[in-house]
Design a protein around this ligand. Sequence first.
Ligand code: ZN
Length: 146
Amino acid sequence: MRILFGIVSIVIAGVSLGANCSIDLKGNDQMKFEEQSVTVAASCKTITVNLTHVGKLPAQAMGHNVVIAPTNAMQAIATDGMKAGLAQNYVSPTDARVIAHTKVIGGGEKTATSFPGSKLKAGGAYSFFCSFPGHVALMKGQLIVQ
Ligand code: ZN
């Protein structure tokens, strides 16, 4: 019986890992995401991005967003986003390298967005990051795609 229970729990763990279709992040007043990596599946019909700003500072001073993009485009997207300004959520609206992004929020706020899992390729190099000016240096993490 003990072996059987072991097998069952492994199967359940495998299913729940393969089915993760949400990217849940917390940004704080220390200019950090609390999560360093998130794993999702390219087979997800829809992937939801949830951002909670757990700090207290306003969006003008310590705003955060989440941008999902190929890792090799991260810095360029952040640079172009800075020029786009807060009104555009620090993301150029015509930037085709951006897979998805949320709006910029301040302390105590939450936001969410979603995109099709088909925009990601399993095993690809992707990152999540904040494009608020100067934040990309610290506010970034690895998006692992299964
Ligand atoms: Zn930020």
